[in-house]
Design a protein around this ligand. Structure first.
Ligand code: GTS
Length: 219
C-alpha cells in the first residue's frame, strides 16, 4: 500500500489524485491529510519527508519518498508498463514533458505565487514572507498563460496533442487554483472553456476530492 500525504482540496494534490483515477490505482493508496492552514507542511517532521515543504508526497512501502507532482505522476504511470499519461514514444514523452512544464511555469505555479504573495494566502502564521508586487506580476503571467493555452486548444483537442496526458492534468490544476483565487477564464477563451467542460466530465476529475474518504487520517 502506497501512502500519499496531501490535502484533499488542494490544486497540486488534485494532479496526483486525477492521475490515480485515470490509472485506476485508487485502491492501492492511503491518504494522510496534512493541514496547510495549520502549517503542518512546514514542521521539521514533514520537511524531513520533503525538503521543499510542499504537498503532495508519495511514500512507498520501502520508505522511498517521491515529491513533485510530475515525478509522482511519472512513477505511477510507469508502474504497469503501459504509460498512458506521460507518453509511450520518445516524441510523445518530449512533447508532454514540455507542455506539462509550460503549464506549471506559465499557469499553475504563477497562480500559486499570486495566492501566496498578493492575497492572504495561508494566513500570517504560514506566509512569513510576502511580496505583493511579485504576486501581482505572476497573476498577470497566469492570465497570459490562460490565453496561450486557449490558443493551443484552438488547434488540437488536448494540451499536448491528440490524447489526454499529464499536461492536461496540470492545466486542470491551474484552473482549479485560478477558481480558488477568483481568477476567471475570460469568456472569449472559448476553446479553453470547452476543453475544461470536457475535462470535468472525466470521472477522475469528478472523484478527486472524495477519493480519500473514509480512510483519511489527520496528522
Ligand atoms: N512543485 C511542487 C509540485 O509540483 O508538487 C509544488 C507543490 C505545491 O506547491 N503544493 C501546494 C503546497 O504545498 C499544495 S496546494 O496549495 O495545491 O494544496 N503549498 C504550500 C506552500 O506553503 O507552498
Amino acid at each position: 500500500m502506497m501512502t500519499i500525504y496531501d490535502w484533499h482540496t488542494g490544486p497540486y494534490p488534485a494532479r496526483v489524485r486525477i492521475a490515480l483515477g485515470e490509472l485506476g490505482l485508487q485502491s492501492q493508496v492511503r491518504f494522510v491529510s496534512i493541514s496547510l492552514r495549520k502549517g503542518e507542511h512546514k514542521t521539521p517532521a514533514f520537511l524531513a519527508k520533503n525538503y521543499s515543504g510542499t504537498l503532495p508526497v508519495l511514500e512507498l512501502d520501502d520508505g522511498t519518498l517521491i515529491a513533485e507532482c510530475t515525478a509522482i505522476t511519472q512513477y505511477l504511470d510507469a508502474l504497469n508498463g503501459d504509460p498512458r499519461l506521460t507518453g509511450a514514444t520518445p516524441l510523445e514523452q518530449g512533447v508532454i514533458h514540455m507542455m506539462n512544464k509550460r503549464a506549471e511555469i506559465e499557469l499553475l505555479d504563477a497562480v500559486s505565487v499570486y495566492f501566496h504573495h498578493a492575497t492572504r494566502g495561508l494566513g500570517p502564521d504560514v506566509e512569513v514572507y510576502q511580496n505583493e508586487e511579485w504576486g501581482l506580476r505572476q497573476r498577470d503571467k497566469a492570465v497570459r498563460g490562460i490565453r496561450y493555452f486557449d490558443g493551443v486548444l484552438q488547434h488540437q483537442p488536448f494540451i499536448a496533442g491528440d490524447a489526454f496526458s499529464m499536461a492536461d492534468i496540470t492545466v486542470i490544476g491551474g484552473l482549479i487554483f485560478a477558481e480558488l483565487v477568483e481568477l476567471p477564464v475570460p469568456v472569449e477563451c472559448e476553446a479553453l472553456r470547452a476543453w475544461y467542460a470536457r475535462m470535468q466530465e472525466r470521472p477522475s476529475v469528478q472523484n478527486r476530492i472524495t477519493m480519500s474518504e473514509p480512510a483519511e487520517v489527520s496528522v
